[in-house]
Design a protein around this ligand. Structure first.
Ligand code: NDP
Length: 236
């Protein structure tokens, strides 16, 4: 499937951008969506906020016009709104679920429709988190959204496996991006102490797993949750 049409939703920085760059280097035609700021240089980019249904429709249509219907869709857009449950406002809960889970529903639905129409199978890859399996104090909204992605992805694996569409999840542990740059040294040290490999991940390490599960070599893998977490959630 070289020269495939790939779309990374939420590909303007961090893990998503690294995935996009690696796949472009391998010869895929790669588009990304960005929500704010300027898009990164060198990739076809479409503005899209996954909380806005029309944005999702417009972004997919623009990518299709540029490089054909997406064979591979990486659903990576995500946010955190960390706080303990008793301080968690409805808005903190709703905004997290709306982006991380409902946004994924919108993108996957649009992606699958085009894949079925194109009749050449496809790859859906959802970016969840180790926190989906083991939980984290202060992240109940985020953990719920990321755990929801697993049930969602596995259901799609069953619905569309017969059409050659695989649906898998990559579950990173703490990774060095803007999302984790806000953590203080004390919190970071505390987290690292619980990681068997005693460090956080680099985006390229998450991207390697995403590339694999999106590749021809992973044609018989669907409904899988692939941990890239230094061992932090092993056994779950
Ligand atoms: P970043 O915060 O660096 O990047 C997040 C990306 O998602 C950005 O491209 C951002 O766009 C986009 N995004 C956020 N909200 C929306 C929205 N409403 N609509 C469209 N795009 C949106 O995060 P990471 O690279 O660290 O994380 C990527 C994914 O990996 C996320 O799903 C995250 O939950 C998950 N993850 C990250 C871990 C980590 O430790 N970093 C660990 C486990 C999982 P914009 O630039 O416009 O804000």
């Amino acid at each position: 499937m070289s020269g495939r049409s790939v779309l990374v939703v939420g590909g303007s920085r961090g893990i998503g951008l690294e995935v996009a760059r690696q796949m472009a280097e391998e010869g895929d035609r790669v588009a990304i969506t960005y929500r704010s700021g300027e898009p990164p240089f060198g990739l076809f980019a479409v503005r899209c906020d996954v909380t806005v249904p029309d944005d999702v429709e417009r972004a997919f249509a623009a990518v299709e016009a540029e490089q054909g219907p997406a064979d591979v869709v990486i659903i990576n857009a995500g946010v955190t709104r960390d706080c303990l449950l008793l301080r968690m406002a409805e808005e903190d809960w709703a905004a997290t679920l709306e982006t991380n889970l409902t946004g994924a529903y919108r993108c996957a639905k649009r992606a699958v429709r085009a894949m079925l129409r194109a009749r050449r199978g496809g790859r859906l890859v959802f970016i969840s988190s180790a926190v989906a399996m083991v939980g984290e104090a202060g992240q109940s909204n985020y953990a719920a959204s990321k755990a929801g992605l697993i049930g969602f992805a596995r259901s799609l694996a069953r619905e569309y496996g017969g059409k050659g569409i695989t649906s898998n999840v990559v579950a990173p542990g703490l990774t060095e991006t803007d999302m984790t740059a806000v953590l203080g040294k004390e919190r970071l040290d505390h987290i690292i102490a619980q990681v068997p490999l005693r460090r956080i991940a680099q985006p390229r390490e998450i991207a390697s797993a995403v590339r694999f599960v999106a590749s021809d070599d992973a044609a018989y893998i669907t409904g899988a949750v692939i941990p890239v977490d230094g061992g932090v959630a092993m056994g779950h």
